[in-house]
Design a protein around this ligand. Structure first.
Ligand code: GLC
Ligand code: GLC
Length: 638
């Protein structure tokens, strides 16, 4: 390590050699004191020593291009480092085109977002994708251009600024496991440029691919079997974990790290507040493993985050690792990485357990699984959600299942049957995604409302069943909004939208039934959201209310952990949050009938009054019990 790389050295400037104005050097040097060590530790775990100086150069370049407005935001957030952990954070995820047509269209819809209480907007892939099938934009052909039909990169920056003026932060996707086969790097690799061939995993014959395949799972077994694709122009096999036209990047090459760091700073400089690290679990490969969640993934994330914090501390990152519970927690930083990795990670386990408990009317597995989670850093925030644009995979640990006396395998099979609607008491209308004959694994597609019973009830014109289905949606979101973290509302859920079967008419994605739950925003429906008669307006009103109440509850700050347990009967689960500003207990009933709950279970959790902040009423105690309504959600707080 050279003197200029030593964070502890106060005399030698780390950023003095890049031709920046003295003020800028001072700012960067101060931040280097704070994050330089994290950067060096992350880099040195995977890359040669000279990578540090090369990263400093990318940082200096990114900082030089950062606008005065964004630098001001950096300073504000350094003073309020928990800005994304606030109870007022309410997330919304949508496709730009499906939500509002264009970036300008999104600006016109800001009043709608504010009506829902949204303060965090995730616009799904909007960078230039490959032509033809592109996995909903997750096959990026150019990280520095937007999809032409949405607007220009300048329009994106203008929209980001407008959102920001309205109190809404912007999350963009950073697809870092792969690029489209039409990306410039892939083209250069095909043209024979060695430098760019080294950006990918390329093999002239099947020897190495076959060795890897022995332990690699398949992500899309139905439409993209195997993990390698033959390319005629390369005359070789390319690593393609997802679709054949998504080429995995070779992150063991420091050039790939530096390229993507530059992209991160470029997007931050357009006004992005958060980058969603797509498919992050897959970026490191090792023979004999499943090539997911390897330790190098975390070292690289630490280096990326530290570098980004030095140039653009207003930016945070969110890990998209849809992995089992024992791996998930590492994405928020454990051990040496505590407090140094992604600020946000999707709480895939909570999501899976909500669906599991609705199907089984039993929350014991949820409690078993969630109470085994190790502590996460107090600077982290879970992204909590019921649905997203992807399928639901049954990431349930066999050990957790056996802790409640169940077989993991049988339970996963039951859940798939239930949500496909192939089970006697099912209320659901989902579809099997990527059924894998070899493993018996079936993931599930379908909208929140269709999976929770709205579609069936409407078909049968059964108003009682419809009321029950709406209660389930409200309860699911009452859990998502009360777990602590950033609740992520998926576009359409707030209106109870059912499955969109028209996807089958679009050849580009007809075989990918995740499009069942990627609808177009029906604005004619959304505009009647306050009429209080339609399904849409009833669901909207409930979810809007959850957001309003949540924003006033200091106990829902993400720094506080949620303790999850089942009091005495299987269908009720409690979320207990101890907070200096007042304790909180969420009570949720997965049973279709009202249930009694003894008040001792509540008094023992630090409440001094039984007051439900959702209804604004004190609870009635009868014979020492309260009654939790069918699919009821109570938010009790002092
Ligand atoms: C992510 C996206 C998913 C996509 C995959 C490959 O997991 O959420 O939609 O198919 O990555 O990029
Ligand atoms: C798998 C991957 C996840 C991806 C999804 C796409 O679950 O782990 O990253 O989003 O497939 O459907």
């Amino acid at each position: 390590m050279s003197a200029s790389q030593t964070p502890a050295s106060r005399t030698v400037s780390a950023f003095g050699g890049f031709g920046l104005p003295a003020n800028d050097v001072q700012v960067l040097d101060r931040r280097w004191q704070r994050w330089g060590e994290d950067l060096i530790a992350g880099l040195s775990a995977v890359y040669p020593p000279e990578t540090v100086a090369r990263a400093q150069q990318v940082i200096a370049h990114g900082f030089a291009a950062r606008s005065a407005t964004l630098r001001e935001r950096d300073e504000q957030r350094l003073l309020r480092p928990d800005w994304y952990q606030q109870p007022s954070m309410i997330g919304y995820a949508a496709y730009t085109d499906r939500f509002a047509g264009t970036f300008k269209g999104v600006q016109r819809r800001i009043p709608y977002l504010k009506d829902l209480g949204v303060t965090y907007l995730h616009l799904m892939p909007l960078l230039k994708p490959r032509q033809g099938p592109n996995d909903g934009g997750y096959a990026v052909a150019d990280y520095r251009q937007t999809r032409a039909d949405l607007g220009t990169i300048e329009d994106l920056a203008t929209m980001a600024a407008d959102l920001h003026d309205n109190g809404i932060s912007l999350t963009l996707d950073l697809v870092l496991n792969h690029v489209a086969d039409q990306h410039e790097w892939a083209a250069k690799a095909r043209a024979g440029e060695k430098k760019y061939q080294d950006y990918f995993y390329i093999y002239s014959d099947r020897t190495t691919p076959d060795q890897y395949e022995k332990t690699l799972p398949e992500i899309f077994p139905a439409f993209a079997p195997g993990n390698f694709t033959w390319d005629d122009e390369l005359n070789a096999w390319v690593w393609t974990t997802f679709n054949s036209w998504q080429w995995d990047l070779n992150w063991s090459n420091p050039d790939v790290f530096l390229e993507l760091l530059d992209v991160i700073l470029y997007l931050a400089n357009q006004g992005a507040d958060c980058l969603r690290l797509d498919a992050i679990a897959f970026i490191w490969k090792r023979l004999g493993t499943d090539c997911q969640n390897l330790p190098e993934v975390h070292a690289i994330t630490q280096a990326l985050r530290a570098a980004a914090h030095i140039a653009a501390p207003a930016l945070i990152i969110k890990a998209e690792a849809i992995v089992g519970p024992s791996q998930l927690v590492h994405y928020l930083g454990q051990g040496e990485h505590a407090g140094k990795l992604s600020e946000i990670a999707y709480h895939n386990s909570l999501m899976v357990q909500i669906w599991s408990a609705f199907a089984s009317q039993d929350a014991r597995l949820m409690a078993a699984a969630l109470s085994r989670f190790p502590a996460v850093p107090t600077s982290a925030a879970w992204g909590t959600y019921a649905r997203c644009h992807d399928d639901i995979g049954w990431a349930i640990d066999d050990a957790d299942a056996s802790a409640v006396g169940w077989s993991g395998h049988d339970h996963r099979r039951f859940l798939s049957d239930f949500y496909i609607g192939d089970f006697p008491q099912s209320f659901s209308r989902g579809a099997a995604f990527q059924a894998n004959e070899a493993t018996g694994d079936r993931r599930i597609s379908g909208s929140c409302a269709s999976l929770l019973g709205v579609e069936r009830a409407l078909e049968r014109r059964d108003n009682v069943a419809l009321d029950v289905a709406i209660r389930r949606i409200t309860m699911a979101y009452a859990m998502v909004y009360a777990f602590g973290g950033i609740p992520l509302l998926y576009m359409g859920d707030e209106l109870g939208l059912t499955n969109d079967y028209t996807f089958e008419q679009v050849p580009e994605h007809a075989e990918d039934n995740r499009w069942l739950h990627r609808p177009q925003m029906p604005w004619e429906v959304a505009e009647k959201r306050h009429d209080n008669t339609s399904v849409a307006s009833r669901v909207f009103t409930e979810i809007q209310h959850l957001g309003k109440v949540r924003a006033t509850m200091p106990s829902l700050h993400a720094a506080v952990a949620t303790k999850v347990d089942v009091p005495d009967h299987a269908s009720i689960v409690l979320f207990e949050r101890r907070h200096a500003a007042g304790n909180f207990v969420g009570v949720f009933n997965f049973n279709p009938h009202p249930q009694r709950l003894h008040v001792d279970h509540l008094w023992s959790r630090g409440l001094n009054r039984l007051h439900d902040v959702l209804t604004g009423r004190d609870l009635t105690i009868v014979g020492g019990n309260i009654i939790v309504p069918a699919y009821g959600a109570l938010w009790l707080s002092n």
